[in-house]
Unconditional design. Structure first.
Length: 576
C-alpha cells in the first residue's frame, strides 16, 4: 500500500505541483494585484486588424509581442486576466521541465525529484514582473524559445549536414519571431560545436539587423517589446536563460542527484515567499491602485482605502480629494486626510503617461472637457514603447462626442470596434453620433455638456481657481467646481480669496460645510471679530476657542493640538 502511494506521488507529484502553482498565481493576481493587470491593459490597444498584425510582424520578436498583447487585452476582466497568467506560468514550468531535465528512462526518478528546480527560474520571472514596465512579451518569448528547443530535440535531422542547414534557416526565423531570446535556443542546440556556431550566428544577425532596421543596436539586443522603456531591461531577465542553462548542465552531469525533494520544496517556498513580494514596490503600486479605482469610478473604494492608510503622495491625495468631491464630502472631510497645497486638488501637467491620465480624470469630472481631451492625447503620446492606449482612445471618443466633433469621435470608435472588450460600448456609442437628444439625455455626456465652458481657451496653472469659478458661475449644479473653488485658497492659506469665493458660492447655492465654517471662523479671528450669527455653528466656535487656548499655551508642539489635526486651523497654523 505504501509503495503504491509512493509510486503515485512520484508519478503525479510534478503535475500536482503545477496545479498548485496555477492556483497560487491566480489568487495572487486576482486578489492581491488586480489593479496591476488593469494598468498593463490600459497602455495598449490590441486590434483585430490585418494592418495591426503586419505592424507587429514587421519587427524582430513581433510574433511574441503580438501573442502577448493578445493575452494582455483579457486583463480588462481581472478574473480572466489572472487565469491567463496562471495558465501561462503552468505552461512555463512544464516546458522548462522538459528542457532542463531531459526525460530519459534511466533518469526517470531523478526527473520527478528535481522538477521543483524549475520553480526557481519561474520565481525569478515572477519577481521581475513586479516591475510594472516588464512586458508580458518577455514571458511569451521565453515560452516560445522553450518550445523551439523541445521541437529541435524531437525533429532535428540525424544527418549532420542537414542539421547545419536547418540551424542556418531556424536561427534567423526565430530571431524575427521571438527576438534576442533566440540566443537561448542557440545555447541548447546539440552537439556543442553546433550550439557555439548558432550563438555566434545569432549575435551576428542581431548586429547586422541594426544596419537595416529603424532601431538602435541596444534595443535590438535587449528586445524591442520586452520592456516598456525600449533601451532598458532588468538584469534578472538577462540572466534568466543562463540560469536555465546552468540547471540543465548540472543535471546532465549528475550534480543534482543529492537534492532531497522535501528540502527543495521548502527552499522554493521560502524563496518565493521572500523574493516575490520584494519585487512589488508598495508605494508605486499604491498609486497604480488609486488610478485603477479612479478609472472604475469607485469613489467609496478610494475613500475606504484612504481611511485604512492616509495617502501622502501627490497623486494619491488628488485621487482621494476627487473621490470626496464626487461624493460631495470634500468640504467636510478634506482635512481628515493629508493635504499639502493646491497640488492635491489639481496637479500640474507632467508629460508622464502613468500620472497624466489620472489628472485628466479630475479635469473631466470638473467639466473641462477640452483639457481632459488634451491630457488623454498627451498621456497616449508619452507611452515609452509608442503603444496606443485603450483607455485614452475611449476618453478621446467621449470628449469629441461631448464637443459635437462626431467625425473625430467616429474615427476613435471605429478603432475600438476592432477590439473584444470595447466593441459593444463603441457600437452603442456610435449610434449616438449626431443624435443630440440621446447625448443630452445621457447621464454622463449630457451632464458634461451642461458643465463645459463653450469658449475654447488656454489657462495657466496659477489661474485654476478662476477656472473653477467660471465653471461654477456657468452652471451652479456643478458641485465639484464649487467645492474646488473654495478649497483651493484654503489649501494655499489665502484667507482673503477664500472669503471672497465663499461669498460668491453662498450667493448662488446653499453650501456651508464644516471646513468652510472653520475657515470663516479663522478669518474673523484674524480680524479680531466675531462671525455673523448663524454662519458658524456654536460647536465649531467652541472648538476653535479650545484650539486657540492650546496653541497659546505651547505653540505648534502643544500636545493638546493633536485632537485638531483634521481641522483647517491645524493645517493653517501647524503644518509646515
Amino acid at each position: 500500500m505504501k509503495k503504491s502511494l509512493s509510486n503515485s506521488l512520484s508519478k503525479y507529484g510534478p503535475w500536482l505541483l503545477v496545479l498548485v502553482l496555477g492556483v497560487v498565481v491566480f489568487l495572487f493576481w486576482r486578489f492581491r494585484y488586480p489593479f496591476a493587470l488593469a494598468y498593463h491593459e490600459q497602455f495598449q490597444l490590441f486590434l483585430f486588424d490585418g494592418d495591426y498584425f503586419c505592424e507587429r510582424m514587421a519587427e524582430p520578436g513581433g510574433l511574441a509581442r503580438y501573442i502577448a498583447e493578445f493575452l494582455v487585452q483579457f486583463y480588462n476582466n481581472v478574473t480572466i486576466g489572472a487565469l491567463v497568467l496562471a495558465l501561462l506560468f503552468m505552461l512555463l514550468v512544464v516546458t522548462m521541465g522538459k528542457v532542463v531535465f531531459v526525460d530519459r528512462p534511466e533518469r526517470k526518478e531523478r526527473f520527478q525529484d528535481t522538477f521543483l528546480l524549475c520553480m526557481i527560474p519561474l520565481i525569478l520571472l515572477w519577481y521581475t514582473m513586479g516591475d510594472e514596465s516588464v512586458m508580458l512579451t518577455y514571458a511569451v518569448a521565453f515560452e516560445l524559445a522553450l518550445l523551439a528547443i523541445i521541437l529541435w530535440r524531437r525533429l532535428a535531422p540525424q544527418n549532420k549536414v542537414f542539421r547545419w542547414v536547418v540551424m542556418l534557416v531556424m536561427i534567423p526565423l526565430l530571431y524575427w519571431l521571438i527576438g534576442p531570446l533566440v540566443l537561448m535556443v542557440a545555447l541548447f542546440l546539440t552537439p556543442w560545436p553546433l550550439a557555439v556556431a548558432a550563438l555566434v550566428y545569432g549575435v551576428a544577425l542581431i548586429l547586422a539587423s541594426a544596419w537595416v532596421l529603424p532601431y538602435p543596436l541596444q534595443r535590438l539586443l535587449l528586445g524591442v517589446g520586452y520592456y516598456r522603456y525600449p533601451e532598458s531591461l532588468p538584469y534578472a531577465l538577462m540572466g534568466l536563460p543562463l540560469l536555465v542553462l546552468l540547471f540543465h548542465w548540472l543535471y546532465r552531469r549528475g550534480y543534482l542527484y543529492w537534492l532531497k525533494p522535501g528540502l527543495l520544496l521548502a527552499f522554493v517556498l521560502i524563496l518565493g515567499g521572500l523574493l516575490v513580494p520584494v519585487g512589488f514596490d508598495e508605494r508605486k503600486y499604491e498609486l497604480i491602485e488609486y488610478d485603477y479605482l479612479v478609472r472604475a469610478n469607485d469613489w467609496q473604494g478610494i475613500i475606504a482605502k484612504a481611511e485604512q492608510k492616509r495617502p501622502d503622495l501627490p497623486m494619491s491625495v488628488s485621487a482621494t480629494n476627487l473621490a470626496l468631491a464626487m461624493t460631495n464630502q470634500l468640504g467636510d472631510r478634506a482635512f481628515d486626510f493629508y493635504q499639502r497645497g493646491s497640488q492635491g486638488l489639481l496637479p500640474k501637467f507632467e508629460r508622464n503617461f502613468a500620472t497624466t491620465q489620472l489628472t485628466g480624470e479630475i479635469y473631466f469630472h470638473l467639466g473641462l472637457v477640452n483639457t481632459a481631451q488634451r491630457f488623454a492625447f498627451e498621456a497616449m503620446e508619452a507611452i515609452p514603447n509608442y503603444n496606443k492606449s485603450a483607455r485614452a482612445v475611449k476618453r478621446l471618443a467621449e470628449t469629441n462626442l461631448i464637443n459635437g466633433q462626431y467625425d473625430v469621435a467616429r474615427k476613435y470608435l471605429q478603432m475600438l470596434e476592432k477590439t473584444i472588450f470595447y466593441r459593444r460600448w463603441a457600437q452603442r456609442t456610435m449610434d449616438m453620433l449626431g443624435d443630440e437628444k440621446a447625448i443630452d439625455a445621457h447621464p454622463l455626456y449630457g451632464t458634461m455638456r451642461q458643465y463645459r465652458l463653450q469658449e475654447d481657451f488656454l489657462f495657466s496653472d496659477r489661474e485654476l481657481d478662476k477656472i473653477c469659478g467660471q465653471l461654477f458661475l456657468h452652471n451652479q449644479q456643478n458641485r465639484m467646481a464649487a467645492q474646488y473653488l473654495v478649497m483651493l485658497p484654503l489649501l494655499e492659506a489665502d484667507m482673503s480669496r477664500f472669503m471672497q469665493y465663499m461669498q460668491v458660492v453662498q450667493s448662488k447655492i446653499s453650501y456651508n460645510p464644516r471646513h468652510c465654517q472653520e475657515g470663516i471662523a479663522f478669518a474673523f479671528m484674524q480680524r479680531r471679530q466675531q462671525p455673523p450669527q448663524g454662519v458658524v455653528s456654536p460647536m465649531i466656535l467652541q472648538q476653535m476657542n479650545e484650539f486657540t487656548r492650546a496653541y497659546s499655551s505651547g505653540g505648534k508642539t502643544a500636545p493638546g493640538l493633536q485632537q485638531f489635526r483634521n481641522t483647517v486651523w491645524y493645517y493653517l497654523v501647524c503644518s509646515e
